[in-house]
Design a binder for this molecule. Structure first.
Ligand SMILES: Cc1ncc(COP(=O)(O)O)c(C=O)c1O
Length: 393
């Protein structure tokens, strides 16, 4: 069937975090919300039907995942990424952020170091510090509009910090939009193996890549890396199911898996949400057609934004994304610091974006905009930026 991503769906007064909580979070009225990473699109028809069928059963007791659920996840990873995973590797978490917290707790002791590659999705910092560990930054390098990993710096940081136990990888990377190549991942993996640093790969955006790019699951690269890593995946970003709180944490190594499961047990984390199970299963089995159409629409939104900015906001640079629907925009030519930028966006443009500085070192002067919305909404957001920034002295 043909999906209509141009349809504007009213999300106000639906308990939407993005729409109904923007005012309380940002302290301004009448904001157009283009911040948190969910999409303003209706989900695929098979998902709606599966959830409605479950709702109509009318009994919502405790639930758990049966064989067809695992088969759906295994089938998806194989079909989309060529990654052959086994049923027992698949463990549970409601969300990936929760999993990051539990994984840090599982594999470190308070006082240990954890490496992250800034600027990066801000809960990576709290997953480390909330567990009494210390963040070590391996900052990404921006050269000619393209981000790359700084392997020399990583090597040096791991030499200098023998108590670094873990690296949290964002692949594809939020917010800079890189889809790391197999070669980059292999090099990162080799350095971590040599320094006995485990990798937690947050691959939640792995299905959302632009034309011509290919996501490589880190654990697929070699058996050694499969045994030295944990992969966080979910249908939440791919299929717009974030409110259903269902993620799959894939752990090939039996010992590491046991340690993670022990942490879940110690924290009283039990079974998944019944609607999350049926929605994920339907999405993985029957949501591919929707996803293919979504990716075409997102490519169109990206082209629209790129064209708009090059014509009307020449001081802003678009960091060309290879994946994710979160676009990283460089406003540094305006010379405003992070707080000043935030003020202009909120008070003058009336736009709720994720400010670059919240992503840590290397983020100040950038803005992250979520383009997973109907083109008309994107056009309105960009028009607000144009009007405001072109009026600045
Ligand atoms: C890299 C990354 N990890 C995790 C999440 C959130 O995952 P969850 O809602 O499953 O906690 C996001 C959401 O934006 C993300 O970008």
């Amino acid at each position: 069937m043909k999906y209509d991503f141009d349809e504007v769906i009213e999300r106000k007064h639906t308990n939407s975090l993005k729409w109904d909580f923007a005012e309380s979070k940002f302290g301004e009225k009448d904001l157009l919300p283009m911040w948190v990473a969910d999409m303003d699109f209706k989900v695929s028809q098979p998902v709606i039907e599966a959830v409605v069928r479950k709702a109509e059963e009318g009994v919502y007791g405790y639930a758990d995942r049966l064989d067809p659920y695992y088969e759906a996840v295994i089938g998806w990873m194989d079909r989309r990424h060529g990654w052959k995973i086994e049923r027992e590797w698949i463990t549970y978490s409601p969300g990936v952020v929760s999993a990051l917290h539990w994984l840090v707790r599982a594999y470190t002791n308070p006082g240990d170091k954890v490496v992250i590659q800034a600027p990066v999705y801000y809960p990576f910092y709290s997953a480390v510090t909330n567990n009494g560990c210390e963040v070590v930054i391996n900052e990404l390098k921006l050269e000619n509009g393209h981000y790359r990993m700084d392997f020399n710096d990583l090597e040096q940081k791991l030499k200098d910090n023998p108590d670094a136990k873990l690296l949290i990888l964002c692949s594809p990377h939020n917010p800079v939009g890189r889809v790391w190549t197999r070669e980059e991942l292999a090099r990162l993996g080799e350095i971590c193996l040599r320094h006995k640093v485990m990798i937690v790969a947050d691959e939640i955006h792995g299905d959302l890549v632009y034309k011509g790019c290919k996501h490589t699951p880190l654990a697929m690269i070699s058996e050694e890396l499969a045994q030295n890593s944990i992969t966080c995946t979910a249908p939440s970003k791919t299929f717009n199911l974030a409110g259903l709180q269902t993620s799959n944490i894939i752990i090939p190594n039996q010992g590491l898996r046991r340690t993670y499961l022990d942490i879940l047990e110690q924290n009283g984390v039990r079974r998944p949400n019944i609607f999350g199970i049926v929605a994920a299963e339907a999405a993985y089995n029957d949501g591919e057609e929707w996803l293919e159409q979504l990716l075409v629409y997102l490519n169109g939104n990206l082209d629209f934004l790129t064209d708009f900015i090059s014509k009307k906001l020449p001081k802003v640079k678009v960091i060309k994304p290879e994946g994710t629907y979160l676009i990283w925009l460089d406003f540094r030519e305006y010379g405003l610091d992070g707080k000043a930028m935030e003020n202009v966006m909120l008070k003058q443009a009336k736009l709720a974006l994720d400010e670059g500085y919240i992503f840590g070192p290397g983020g100040e002067g950038f803005e992250r905009i979520n383009i997973a919305c109907p083109r008309a909404v994107l056009a309105e957001g960009l028009a607000r930026v144009e009007k405001t920034f072109n009026a600045l002295k």
